[in-house]
Design a protein around this ligand. Structure first.
Ligand SMILES: *[C@@H]1O[C@H](CO)[C@@H](O)[C@H](O)[C@H]1NC(C)=O
Ligand SMILES: *[C@@H]1O[C@H](CO)[C@@H](O)[C@H](O)[C@H]1NC(C)=O
Ligand SMILES: *[C@@H]1O[C@H](CO)[C@@H](O)[C@H](O)[C@H]1NC(C)=O
Ligand SMILES: *[C@@H]1O[C@H](CO)[C@@H](O)[C@H](O)[C@H]1NC(C)=O
Ligand SMILES: *[C@@H]1O[C@H](CO)[C@@H](O)[C@H](O)[C@H]1NC(C)=O
Length: 178
């Protein structure tokens, strides 16, 4: 009888632990990632990753893979948004300059993230961390470019914040791997 209760307790703790993160890897790893970095939003992590069905049963290695690809896709999309903004004819010189800087920053970020993919294949987590950190800096440097002039409003705040979150997720996952 005693053993039965012991087993029952073990069984129900097991069920409880599964229900806590729904058994979904994104919930578990996003929770861990958010804990490791106060700037990382758990909700953004879960929402953005679960939009991709491949994350459903993914291992941490696969999640790193998927999230880095989505981050590259985000950078590519942001670059096209910037190009569209640059097509406007009535831009003042200051905004045009800042947008051109951002376009270059996101192109660099794209290369750095591709480099990070190679690092990960070689299990060089140290180098991958450096490359993703550089990519992350693109979002903050881009945003800062609009702050240099008083009264200037960044047209890319939403994009920069999203990209910052993406890179924070990739970084946190890489740090969990290493
Ligand atoms: C991250 O959060 C810390 C506070 O926890 C803050 O000082 C820092 O500026 C944040 N970094 C960025 C890039 O937002
Ligand atoms: C994930 O695993 C569950 C249970 O093992 C299975 O029912 C489901 O089809 C799997 N989903 C994918 C996308 O592989
Ligand atoms: C990550 O993606 C690359 C290329 O897309 C693939 O070669 C590699 O096997 C993947 N690794 C994992 C753990 O899924
Ligand atoms: C990039 O844009 C395409 C087309 O609009 C969209 O399907 C995709 O989800 C976007 N990628 C990311 C990571 O936001
Ligand atoms: C970047 O990713 C975020 C989160 O998935 C999304 O909301 C945003 O629209 C993406 N940006 C672009 C330009 O696709």
């Amino acid at each position: 009888m005693k053993n039965f209760f012991k087993l029952a307790i073990i069984f129900f703790s097991f069920i409880y632990s599964i229900s806590l993160n729904d058994g979904r890897p994104t919930h578990h790893f996003c929770k861990k990632a958010a804990k490791s970095d106060p700037n990382l939003s758990y909700n953004f992590c879960v929402r953005s990753l679960e939009a991709n069905p491949k994350t459903q049963n993914a291992t941490l290695e696969e999640l790193v893979n998927i999230s880095i690809k989505l981050t590259i896709s985000n950078a590519t999309n942001i670059s096209s948004s910037i190009s569209q903004l640059l097509n406007q004819k009535n831009l003042d010189a200051y905004t045009r300059g800042a947008l051109q800087d951002c376009l270059e920053l996101y192109s660099d970020a794209n290369s750095e993230l591709n480099e990070a993919m190679c690092d990960l294949k070689k299990k060089d987590y140290f180098k991958a961390n450096i490359d993703v950190s550089s990519a992350m800096d693109s979002s903050t440097t881009c945003e800062d470019g609009f702050k240099e002039k008083k009264g200037m409003v960044s047209p890319l705040t939403k994009e920069n914040n999203a990209f910052f979150q993406w890179t924070a997720i990739v970084l946190a996952f890489i740090n969990m791997l290493s």
